[in-house]
Design a protein around this ligand. Structure first.
Ligand SMILES: Nc1nc2c(ncn2[C@@H]2O[C@H](COP(=O)(O)OP(=O)(O)OP(=O)(O)O)[C@@H](O)[C@H]2O)c(=O)[nH]1
Ligand SMILES: [Mg+2]
Length: 684
């Protein structure tokens, strides 16, 4: 059996706007390579990559899939990533373990928001790439129009390596500008270039050869001197140019008709870098890939399986990992027992004895290992730079449906957040809700469905309550005497408190200025306890109180009737009085919002922000887009993911994070207060 390693594997991620045809293209590649015997379809749920029930139901990719394709004397580890923006976490993970990417563009939709987004990520990561213009069989397919759009929007270093032969129902194949041959049909039958296309072929070849020659001084001299450059020289030079990103070749075809697919695989093998050509970034430097060096493998994904337990997916950069061995997790500083290793093709696992440098594999049931960890040897611990995942931007409150769901929800949530680093869960103390946050509404819907399907937990989701807070605006004083005489033993506690507003972001403080034992020392902690407890529910609308300094300055006691509980009650009641006297206000969270929009939509987005009580802080052009920065109350943008999608047909993106608390305007405070009162009335 062929051994695959650093010099004959290509880890290649497929990236695009949703629906450009990545999964279909991967299927066609698997089929063409003979890895599968039947060509499946996304539309009837039979593709190798979209096997998950959530994917079949929605007809989109949600999880990245590993799809190894043997091609020529190499192996292409295709990674089919989702295009839907909510699943960006999978895209980041797939990119991180690839040496190259194929950016798929639908010929009739052209460069879309999602295309520009993944393009931006590739530029950032300096990931070498090819472009594949797909769906040439579609009506209105215009290859040259799409090439022009690509060059205008993504840059002039994008140059056709192929021209389309026909279009729509007459799409037959591709012309390769380096081999100067036409390749038709699924079998890529080699033919001569039709004479009608010759002029265009010559002109595009000229541009391509010139750009390629520029990577090498000797070559550019040859080119300028009018000397013939051999196909071999051009191929080698294009490989270098792609690695540097100075040329990004454009290829074309049709995934559904399986045309241009084998030529694409040839291009991946010829032009994208090999694992041995890429240094590996580690903590404090980088390492040269080597098969002899001690093991270094990066965990880029884990998935929770209720039956098999946890599956861990890793990419080996150095050395090799063996089945039934002991390894060291450098991040967790713990050793792990590795059982049977396997390679994956979609959902199919194939047991293997070893996974070598350059390759990708999986293993079940690791104990402490999570995404981003490095597996290595204990005597040579290495930490490969982990993947950075974007912050969550969209939240829902989740409520378990039944009593059994209450008990099981915690475990299910921790399993889900462990397998998906873009999913976060926290308990919001002020509102007592469990909040699930992610990259968008679809992301959270899928998470809820997964909880149901994988863990049998049923939940409902709703807009989270805003975690308002309360504070006072002026100093106040309050006195409370708790005194009861009922038969035998009485109750007595008496305190005087002074309240002062602190800054709004600070915690509450408690102090005392008691002199002469007006309140005996042993009761002071009880007063503080009462104050702390009462501060959890403000007097305006029952939200937690912040930024108040309370000082106990006087009081009195009874030698027989006083007790801790009496002073606790007195402390709590006095605080409530003091808060009422302190001209209380409501505070709301204000978020920093960054919206990236295409130029023509900027006006609409700013107009909409103005209806959301936003303060627009600035606007900067970035690429072909505008980046709007604003501060907006959380209450106004809890559904922003949905609003923005519908306002822009998915052409905009945003990020937001908490910044500070600010006073809620008076009319809105009134609304919140009266709503809270009617809720209370309903309950009692
Ligand atoms: N006509 C035509 N349709 C295609 C072609 N490739 C894909 N499609 C269709 O386009 C739709 C989306 O295809 P997918 O392969 O799921 O696209 P994707 O890029 O994987 O989509 P996401 O996973 O959501 O990002 C499906 O209905 C496919 O049948 C093609 O070459 N020609
Ligand atoms: Mg897909």
């Amino acid at each position: 059996m062929q051994k695959y390693g650093l010099d004959n594997i290509h880890n290649t991620v497929l990236l695009s706007h949703s629906g450009a045809g990545k999964t279909s293209l991967a299927e066609a590649m698997l089929f063409t390579a003979g890895a599968i015997s039947r060509l499946g379809k996304v539309d009837d749920g039979s593709s190798t990559s979209d096997y998950d029930p959530d994917e079949i139901k929605r007809k989109i990719s949600i999880n990245l899939s590993l799809l190894p394709c043997p091609w020529r004397d190499m192996k292409i580890n295709l990674i089919d990533a989702p295009g839907y923006a909510d699943f960006i976490g999978e895209v980041k993970a797939g990119m991180r373990v690839s040496e190259g990417a194929v950016i798929v563009i639908c010929v009739t939709s052209g460069v879309e928001v999602g295309t520009e987004q993944v393009w931006g990520y590739c530029e950032e990561a300096k990931l070498p790439r090819l472009i594949f213009i797909n769906k040439m069989d579609r009506e209105n397919a215009d290859f040259f129009k799409t090439v022009d759009e690509i060059r205008a929007k993504l840059g002039s270093k994008c140059l056709p390596l192929q021209l389309a032969l026909g279009a729509h129902a007459n799409f037959e194949g591709v012309v390769d500008l380096l081999t100067m041959k036409a390749y038709t049909g699924s079998a890529a039958k080699e033919t001569d270039i039709p004479s009608a296309l010759q002029a265009q072929v010559d002109s595009y070849r000229e541009k391509l050869v010139e750009a390629i020659a520029e990577v090498d001084d000797a070559l550019i001299e040859k080119y300028l001197g009018g000397e013939e450059i051999s196909l071999e020289e051009l191929t080698t030079a294009l490989h270098q140019a792609v690695a540097r990103g100075s040329v990004i070749p454009i290829l074309t075809g049709s995934a559904l008709q399986n045309i241009g697919v084998s030529r694409l695989m040839d291009a991946i093998c010829d032009y994208l870098p090999l694992p041995k050509e890429q240094k590996v970034a580690i903590e404090g430097g980088s390492i040269e890939p080597s098969e002899e060096a001690p093991l270094a493998a990066l965990v880029f994904k884990t998935s929770a399986d209720p039956y098999v337990g946890k599956l861990t997916y890793f990419r080996v950069y150095n050395g090799a990992i063996d089945s039934n061995s002991q390894i060291w997790n450098a991040n967790q500083k713990a050793s792990e027992r590795v059982g049977q290793l396997f390679t994956l093709r979609g959902k199919t696992q194939e047991p293997v004895a070893q996974i070598r440098a350059g390759d990708i594999g999986g293993v079940a049931k690791l104990n402490v290992t999570g995404t981003g960890d490095t597996l290595c040897t204990q005597d040579k611990p290495t930490k490969i730079t982990p993947i950075t995942f974007p912050e969550a931007t969209f939240s829902e409150a989740i409520y378990p449906k039944t009593k059994t769901d209450v008990d099981r929800m915690g475990t299910a949530l921790s399993r889900l957040t462990e397998e998906d680093p873009t999913l976060k869960v926290h308990r919001e103390l002020g509102t007592n809700e469990t909040i699930l946050s992610g990259m968008g509404d679809t992301h959270l819907d899928v998470a809820a469905e997964k909880m149901q399907r994988k863990f049998g937990v049923n939940v409902e989701m709703g807009v989270p309550k805003v975690p308002y807070r309360e504070t006072i605006t002026v100093p106040s004083k309050a006195e409370y005497k708790h005194k009861k005489q009922s038969g035998g033993h009485g109750q007595y506690g008496h305190v005087l408190l002074e309240l002062e507003p602190l800054s709004r972001d600070s915690d509450n403080e408690f102090g005392n200025r008691i002199v002469g034992g007006a309140v005996p020392k042993n009761y002071i902690p009880a007063v503080e306890k009462g104050v702390i407890e009462a501060a959890q529910e403000g007097v305006l609308a029952g939200y937690p109180v912040v930024g108040v300094k309370t000082t106990l300055y006087d009081g009195s006691f009874h030698p027989v009737d006083s007790s801790e509980i009496c002073f606790k009650i007195a402390g709590a009641q006095a605080l409530r009085k003091g808060l009422t006297e302190g001209q209380p206000i409501l505070l709301e969270p204000i978020m920093n919002l960054k919206v990236t929009v295409p130029g023509d939509l900027t006006g609409d987005i700013i107009g909409d922000l103005n209806t959301k009580r936003a303060r627009v802080l600035g606007m900067n052009p970035e690429g072909g887009n505008n980046v709007i920065e604003a501060q907006v109350p959380l209450a106004e943008i809890q559904r922003y993911a949905i609003d923005l999608k519908s306002m822009t047909q998915g052409r905009a993106a945003y990020a937001m994070e908490f910044d500070h608390y600010e006073e809620v305007p008076a009319q809105i405070t009134q609304k919140i207060v009266s709503q809270r009162q009617s809720e209370k009335a309903e309950k009692s």
